[in-house]
Design a protein around this ligand. Structure first.
Ligand code: HEC
Ligand code: HEC
Length: 103
């Protein structure tokens, strides 16, 4: 089969889309928030309105954890406990954008 201009364009689009997928999934490698005693307050705040297992599928699918509420606790405690940030740590608002909660 000969590859004409339109095929080339199609291939280029596919390559770009795949590239974007790879770029996005690479960003997901940031360490997750450990689900331990220390971080219980963050989990409890984020999931305090979580629908129970008997709630409708609709409610469970569209539930969003209260990330903004939980983020309030992150930095003060890390400061108090002396948890170090890596030297090149990015801007430190919205922790949970990058550090995902585990379910
Ligand atoms: C009550 C204190 C406290 C709060 C609140 C807290 N942290 Fe932590 N965090 C710690 C301590 C202490 C460590 C050191 C490791 C450990 O004991 O889990 C830590 C470690 C971490 C780590 C590194 C985990 C690893 O595997 O190295 C991440 C990421 C993190 N916290 C994110 C967060 C985020 C995001 C929040 C807010 C949603 C948060 N923490 C709230 C105390 C806290
Ligand atoms: C823009 C994205 C972003 C935001 C926002 C962010 N971080 Fe990070 N954080 C990173 C990256 C990237 C690293 C280094 C790579 C990694 O996760 O090991 C990191 C590393 C860390 C570590 C060390 C993890 C380890 O394994 O040693 C801690 C602790 C941490 N962040 C806490 C926080 C806290 C607390 C906040 C909010 C105040 C926050 N981060 C906000 C991206 C982010």
């Amino acid at each position: 089969m000969k590859i004409d201009k339109r095929d080339g364009f199609f291939i280029a689009v596919v390559v770009v889309v795949l590239g974007i997928f790879v770029a996005i999934s690479g960003k997901e490698k940031t360490t997750t928030v450990p689900n331990n005693e220390m971080h219980k307050i963050a989990y409890d705040t984020a999931f305090k309105n979580a629908p129970g297992p008997d709630a409708s599928l609709f409610k469970r699918t569209f539930f969003k954890p209260d990330k903004k509420g939980a983020e309030v606790y992150c930095e003060p405690c890390h400061k108090e406990k002396g948890v170090p940030f890596p030297p090149k740590h990015p801007a430190k608002n919205r922790c949970l954008f990058c550090h995902k909660l585990k379910r």
